[in-house]
Every structure is written in C-alpha cells, then in structure tokens.
Write a protein that binds this ligand. Structure first.
Ligand code: ADP
Ligand code: MG
Length: 357
C-alpha cells in the first residue's frame, strides 16, 4: 500500500478589488448588475435620477439620498437648519430632474449623543421649511443612534402623468443641450467656507472673511431645486427629451446623458453660464472658472436636451442657456474651447470613492 498523497491545490490568491479603482458608478454597476425585476410596473430601476413605477394614469417616482457628516457636510460651517433644508432640496431636485412633482418624503436620521434635542429641532425646522416651500409631506422615517457622526437619509416620492416623465436616456442626435441658472457657484462657496475654516483653525481669533460672497455661500449651504422649470416648460408646451440634475458637476452629469442616450456631445465652453463674481472668485483661488462649473457640483440646476424644432420655445425663457448639442456616439464627447480647440470631456465630479479625496 502506498500512501495517497493529497495534493490540495494552493488556494489562488484572490486579488481584491479596491473601491477606488471601481469608482462610485463602477461600484453601483457591479452591485446592481444581477438584480432581477419581478414586477412589470417597475418601468425604470437603477440608473436615473429616480426609479419610475407604473401606477396606471400616472407614474410614481422614487429617489433616495444619503448625507454623512464629514463627507457631505461639515457642521463647523453648516448650520443645522440649512442641513435639514438642503437634505430635502437634493431629493426634490431628483424628482424635478424626472419632470415630476414632488409629493412625500421620509426622513431617517442617525445621531450620536453629542446632539441635544434642540439641535435636532433645528434640523427638523429646516426640513419643515423645505417641505413647506416645495409642498412635500413628511410621512415617516427612522431614528437611530450613531457611534460616529450624524447621518441623514431621505427618500422622496413624486408623480407625473405617464409619458411625461423624462429619462436620462431620451436624447436624440442633433438635440440642443440646455442648462438652467449658472454653474460653479456652490463649489466656490464650499472653497470659501473651507478656506475660512482653516484660517479659523490656525487662529481662532480671526473673524471669517465671508462678507460679499452671499451668493456663493448661499448656493452651497442653502441650494434650491428647480421645480419652477417644469411649470415654465409646461406653459410653453416644451418637453425635454432627456434630463438630469447637476449634483456632481456639468461634465459628469452630461456624460450620464451621453451614456444613457448612447450619444456624443459638443459642449461650447463659452456658453457655459458662470456668475461674474464666481468667475472672479475662482481666479482668486487659482481655479479656471469653467473647471468649477464642469467639476464642482452641487449646483442642483437642470441639464436637459430638447429637439431643435423647439428652439423658438426655449430661446426666450430667461435663465436657460443653450450650451451645445448632441452628436452621434462616434463623434465623441467633446468640449469646444473659445479658440476652437476640441477637448474630450472627462468626469471629474464629486466621486467619493476617488483616492485623492
Ligand atoms: P443621483 O446623483 O441622481 O442622486 P446617483 O448617482 O446617486 O444618482 O445614483 C445613480 C443610480 O444608482 C440611481 O438610480 C440610484 O438609485 C442607484 N444607486 C445608487 N446607489 C445604489 C445602491 N447602493 N444600490 C442600488 N442602486 C443604487
Ligand atoms: Mg440626480
């Protein structure tokens, strides 16, 4: 008899994938790739500003957002009331991006013992203020303790007549690319607040130098959602072919429309709306102003495409800029500089998984 030698294969060293190499969107894709769908009413799952559920004559829109202390907000300069307000606004914005009407919201909150009841009252005062402004009903939530910081997660429901919802995927070749308001100011507001925070840390006797920049600070701390755009467009019989809200920065969010619509784009740098004072402020910070608009994020403006035949309907609406057009995917995703150079667009928006953050 000879001994049977067991040759157990060496377990192959499994190479683990870091979140940094996947990025936020790569991770979401990986997590949701094999998700099954059981209900035909689920018209749209992952991949847009809100999920879309068939309710008969209407569709139900569902979106959720998570805000974490130290990642999404810093309580050294974010007043609690503003935090509550902003938490509602960023959710309302996702419903606006679907051409929907916001209706109900749930609020889940995790708190550490360092917060008093009065502090939480402040957050809820902000939440109620935003609910009043956008006519949203607070219908529930969840409350928990947290061993670290404050966390807020809101889920919003909205509705719209079936067929009136607007997806990121509906753009057509030749469509005009439009954006509401101006871009980059929220980011410059954040940089101002961060700068003053570091000055204060170095010398607590220093007074913050924020006066004169109310617009930028306001855009960062107390943004608004563009629910007004829907009414304006309904009034002129205009319906975008595709839409997204600008939460991550123009380039990242435009690339979502391109990807989902399977198109390319020509974005004209000179047409990107930037507030004059924001432009000056960016230069003072040694930032090219258009970079603040492309990569800054948190402006919560709407980026949308319309058919060329609707040009007359959109051209006179104040506060809407036509910044480019959609092309065939083979043409690439490009920005045209004022001197005619063609620069490929890359996503450098807020990506929490990027190692350099
Ligand atoms: P937005 O910027 O509009 O809030 P996100 O970029 O956060 O959208 O999310 C993109 C899509 O991925 C959305 O449809 C969202 O519901 C979905 N999503 C994000 N995180 C997850 C997750 N952990 N599991 C499933 N779906 C997710
Ligand atoms: Mg969105």
């Amino acid at each position: 008899m000879f001994e049977k030698k067991e040759t157990r294969p060496e377990p192959a060293k499994q190479r683990l994938t870091s979140l940094a190499e996947l990025g936020e969107f790569g991770l979401i894709e990986r997590l949701t790739r094999e998700v099954k769908r059981f209900h035909p009413e689920t018209l749209k799952g992952v991949g847009d500003d809100a999920a879309v559920i068939d309710m008969g004559e209407k569709v139900l829109l569902v979106s959720t957002d998570l805000l974490i202390e130290g990642i999404h907000f810093d309580l050294t300069y974010m007043p609690l009331m503003h935090l509550g307000y902003k938490a509602v606004v960023v959710n309302v914005s996702d419903i606006a991006a679907m051409n929907g009407i916001p209706a109900q919201v749930t609020v889940s909150i995790a708190l550490s013992s360092r917060f008093s009841a009065e502090a939480i009252d402040e957050i809820y005062a902000g939440i109620r203020l935003a609910c009043d402004k956008y006519k949203v009903d607070l219908v529930g939530g969840d409350t928990s303790t947290s061993t670290t910081g404050l966390m807020l997660s809101l889920t919003i429901l909205g509705t719209v007549n079936k067929g009136d919802e607007v997806y990121r995927s509906g753009a057509q070749e030749g469509d005009l690319l439009c954006v509401t308001g101006d871009l980059g100011s929220a980011y410059m507001g954040l940089l101002l607040l961060e700068r003053e925070k570091s000055v204060f840390k170095a010398n607590p006797a220093m007074q913050p130098e924020l006066s004169g920049f109310d617009y930028q600070i306001g855009r960062q701390l107390r943004p608004e959602a563009r629910t007004d755009i829907r009414n304006m467009m309904v009034g002129t019989g205009l319906k975008p072919t595709a839409m997204i809200d600008i939460s991550d920065g123009l380039s990242s969010d435009l690339l979502h429309i391109c990807k989902q619509s399977n198109l390319g784009c020509n974005l004209f740098e000179a047409k990107i709306p930037i507030d004059e004072q924001t432009r000056e402020l960016a230069l003072e910070f040694n930032i090219i102003p258009v970079v603040a608009a492309l990569s800054g994020g948190e402006d919560y403006e709407l980026l949308f495409t319309i058919s060329q035949k609707d040009y007359d309907k959109v051209k006179d609406i104040s506060g809407i800029s036509i910044i480019g057009h959609m092309t065939a995917a083979s043409q690439g995703k490009n920005m045209i500089t004022p001197d005619g150079h063609v620069v490929p667009l890359t996503a450098q928006g807020w990506d929490g998984m990027k190692p350099e953050r």
